[in-house]
Structures are given as structure tokens and as C-alpha cells.
Design a protein around this ligand. Sequence first.
Ligand SMILES: NC(=O)c1ccc[n+]([C@@H]2O[C@H](COP(=O)([O-])OP(=O)(O)OC[C@H]3O[C@@H](n4cnc5c(N)ncnc54)[C@H](O)[C@@H]3O)[C@@H](O)[C@H]2O)c1
Length: 447
Amino acid sequence: MTIQTVKGENYEIKDLSLKNEGLKTMEWAASRMPVLQLIKERFAKEKTLKGVRIGACLHVTKETSQLCEAWLAGGAEIYLCASNPLSTQDDITAALVSKGVHVFGGKFMDSEGYYRAIGHVIKSRPQITIDDGADVVSILHKLKRGETDEEIEIVREVLGEDSDMIDEVWAGAEETTTGIIRLQAMADDGALLYPIMATNSSPCKNMFDNVYGTGQSSIDGILRATADLIASKVFVVAGYGQCGRGIATRAKGMGARRVIATEIEPHTALQAVMDGVEVMPMIEAAKIADIIITATGCKHVISKEHFEVMKDGVTVSNTGHFNVEINIPDLEQLATDKIQIRTFVEQFIMKDGRKINLLGEGRLINLAAAEGHPCEIMDLSFALQALATEYIVKHKKELSDLGSKVVQIPEEIDTNVAYLKCKAMGIELDILTQEQEKYLSSWRVGT
Ligand SMILES: NC(=O)c1ccc[n+]([C@@H]2O[C@H](COP(=O)([O-])OP(=O)(O)OC[C@H]3O[C@@H](n4cnc5c(N)ncnc54)[C@H](O)[C@@H]3O)[C@@H](O)[C@H]2O)c1
């Protein structure tokens, strides 16, 4: 969909008049993200990020606004675009522009708008890139290699003559599993040209964001899109990884009659079964499912052969990073007609009269139809992103000496975030006594 936008020198968004609504929503988010507020207060005093250009491609949500506020407090110059055409909250873009963030994008933008927005972020010559899905890193590398395709051409149009920006980047950070997989593959091939901090791989990110964040918000997305009942339904999750297990647990809690997972990995399949979740191949699950959601990070998990056996009225959605998990071209080919029956529901009519409901164009449903992860969860993920940014500024030389690798966020940063979150939530921990410390570190003590 092509959307109407308003443009300024350093922004292109949908509607500036949504500013006040956005500012109120930002306040709401701030009150639920205490760890990030602490970091913001410290950044404001220390100004560690003064003058640093950050190019961020993240879902532009109320939670992201709080990460931007922390960066702003530290003195950074921020260029922000969306990491998905459907995940932008337009009130937040307007509020962020009023705060001095350079924002590009709007909800429902088409592919051209999406890549133009990335072009504007790259044009700012970022010193640090922050990605959710590795799109900025990937495009910077394609530009450097002189590659061309439809998307790169859109970016080049924004950049003009000067399209080689990668040498100014110190390092980056990556938010999601799919991004890490893409970047690790680049590093393994020797193709990665600057170091990336793997935010997604830190316990404070993937133990909470992927499991509880995606778990709750994906169900929220399905409900907001359809208003359907989950109790009594046969609920199928493709992939029982971090995200899949969070979704399955919540579907069970809401009374789904059967919760079924599909898997390719034997340990994970066993874990599902021991959690009380049935495991079967998609071709069997597709026959009995009322609701299906993919969470694999893989391609064409649901294809022609699955659509052919699905029940009339089934709901199909995805929460994996890219919209490739459901083979939509297959569905288009099988259907005789398509009706936009609700904002986020396209109903495909099959030759035999069955109806298959596709949610949110097969894009991550929690961000398309709902608001992404709750603030309380993103407090952890974005505290890590804020501290990763500070780490890059303070350690750019060491990172560069390490070479172009995907590196972990130091354990002490991650543990510190966990301690701060416990403190903010009033969770008190026990402390090891000297005797216990000695016991745990000694090999001399036996039975
Ligand atoms: N919607 C969101 O807000 C959100 C948040 C975090 C992660 N993600 C994305 O969700 C996806 C999954 O992330 P994760 O952290 O759960 O990854 P993960 O690696 O923990 O889990 C993926 C699981 O899918 C299984 N799998 C892979 N291919 C499969 C196939 N063809 N059929 C069945 N199972 C298959 C794997 O064995 C694995 O257990 C990624 O694309 C990630 O980027 C989305």
C-alpha cells in the first residue's frame, strides 16, 4: 500500500498531528520501563554518546521510543526507520520527530517506502547500526560490493552518487534470531565487514523477549485481528523454539483443546512433548488445525500441500521475522478469490469453497495487528541495546581489533541488567555465604 506522508528535512512520517497522542503513549511506556529510565538518567549525566550517529532499523513502537530517549539523553544523533512495513506506530513517529529523532516510515508503507526509509538511515552515515533483522547491515554490504537489485536501486535513489557508507561504521547490534543467523552466515563466509554485538543471544533478551514477549503479543495479535475464541480450538505452532514455546504455553492457558507443535529438531520435539504439547508433521497438523502460527525463522513452512488439506475457516498467521514462513504465492495460486474481510484478515476462497484466513499479510502478527511486546519485556531487551551502544562507543578499538565477527554482549552487562530488573520489580535474592562459595568452587568436598 502506498501511504501519504509528510516530509521534513530529516523525517518522513504519516501525520505530525499525532504528536500529543504519541507523547502520552511514550509516558505510559516510560512508567513501565524502569531499567531503561535508570540508564537514560546515567546517559544524561555522562553524555557518553555525544555526537554519535546511530542508524537504527527497529519496529517503531512505544518501547523503541524509550530506547531513543536514552540515546538522546546520552547526546546521540538518531536516524530511525521501521524494520517491518506493518510495525510502525504512527503516533510514536510524530512524537519522536518532536523530540529531534530523524524518523522515516509509516504503518502500511509499501516495499518502496520501506527501502526508501532504510536509504535515509544509511544516508546519515551511521557510526553504529542497530538492526532488527539485519536489513541495514545487509544493504550497507550490498552497496559496498556494488551489487544491485530492485531494493538496492530504491536505496541508491535516496543516496545519490555517494553510496559507499560502510567504512564509517564502527560496529552494530542485532535484535533478533533471524538477524543473528544472517549475520553469522556472513561472518562465516568472510563477508561481514564490521563487528556486530548479538543482543538477541544474551539471556536478558532471548529468555524473556522471545518467550514471554512473543508468547503474549502473538496471541494478542491473533485476537485483535480476529476477535476469535481460543478455548476449544486446535492450536498449531510451527517451531517450538524460544518464541514457539511461549506461544504454545499461552494458547494452553487460554483453553485451547489441543496444542500441537511441528519441529525438525529432536531435542526440541522431545521438550515439547514433555511440556504436554503434541508433536506431528505439518501435513498432519494442517488437517485438524483451527489456528496455525509459524515461529520458525525458516521458509515455506506452510505451502501448497498444507493449504490443500486445511479445514474450512482455518486461521493462518506468522510471528517469525520475515514474511516467508507462509508460502503466500502458493495460497494466491490455489485461491479463486480473496476478500479483505477485516483490517488484518484476508480470506482466500479455495476452488472447493473452503475459506482460509491469512492474518497480517503473513508478517509478524504481534507487531502487525497488536503493539509488539509489552513494555516490561522490552525494558530488558532495550536496556541491553542501550548498553551495547555505549559499549561500542567505549570499546570501538577493541571491537575492531577483534575483526568482523558476531560477538556476545559481555556477561557482566547482561547480569547487571537482570539485577536492575529484579530490583525494580522488588525481587530479593539470596547471597552466597563464604562457606557456600567455597563449597561450590571446591573439588575436594565429596559425599
Ligand atoms: N514476533 C516477534 O516479535 C519476534 C520476537 C523474537 C524473535 N522473532 C523471530 O521468530 C523466529 C523464531 O525465533 P526463536 O528465537 O524462537 O528461534 P529458535 O531458533 O529458538 O526457534 C526456532 C525453532 O523452529 C524450528 N524450526 C526451524 N525450521 C522449522 C521447520 N521448517 N518446521 C518446523 N520447525 C522448524 C527449529 O528447530 C527451532 O526449534 C525468528 O525469525 C525470530 O527472528 C520474532
